[in-house]
Write a protein that binds this ligand. Structure first.
Ligand code: ZN
Length: 153
């Protein structure tokens, strides 16, 4: 393992990968989505219990590489209790971080997730890191189970 790759797999990423947080489907989940990253074979399902506009409870399941698992685990911790708009904003910041678009990114909002900044040096791993977030966004848009479909505008 090169020094750079070692840096990519920082302790916090390895730790979350081995013992992912919120690795379950909350019984109260009313939004969900499934994500797949064919480049690496990562699979991720995200389950949310939305209370109005707030992420009251969140969990994920799936299988994949250390980066994808750790990112999903830390994502669930980060967005729990946030509103939909706050979660989408965090995704934007995270996306900028891992794609290296935001060199001057202030890691303040992202907290521990700032460790994923190393991913920007490994373009092939960017989709591993963002899979859970893309799936989160899709789950947030999943309205099927929250409100009955209406034929009226
Ligand atoms: Zn992966």
């Amino acid at each position: 393992m090169t020094a750079e790759l070692g840096e990519l797999y920082q302790e916090v990423i390895l730790e979350h990968s081995k013992a992912p947080r919120n690795f379950r489907r909350p019984a109260s989940a009313n939004h969900e989505a499934e994500g797949y990253n064919p480049l690496c074979g990562d699979r991720c399902s995200v389950y949310i219990d939305m209370d109005g506009d707030a992420i009251k409870e969140i969990g994920f399941q799936g299988s994949g590489c250390a980066i994808s698992r750790a990112s999903a685990s830390m994502m669930t911790q980060m967005v729990k209790g946030k509103t939909k708009a706050e979660a989408v904003k965090l995704f934007e910041q995270f996306h900028n971080l891992v794609t290296g678009q935001d060199e001057a990114a202030k890691p303040g909002d992202l907290g521990k997730m700032a460790v994923f900044g190393g991913v920007s040096k490994f373009p092939a791993r960017v989709k591993c890191a963002t899979l859970a977030w893309h799936t989160l966004q899709s789950a947030l848009e999943d309205e099927r189970k929250r409100e009955p479909v209406s034929t009226e505008e």
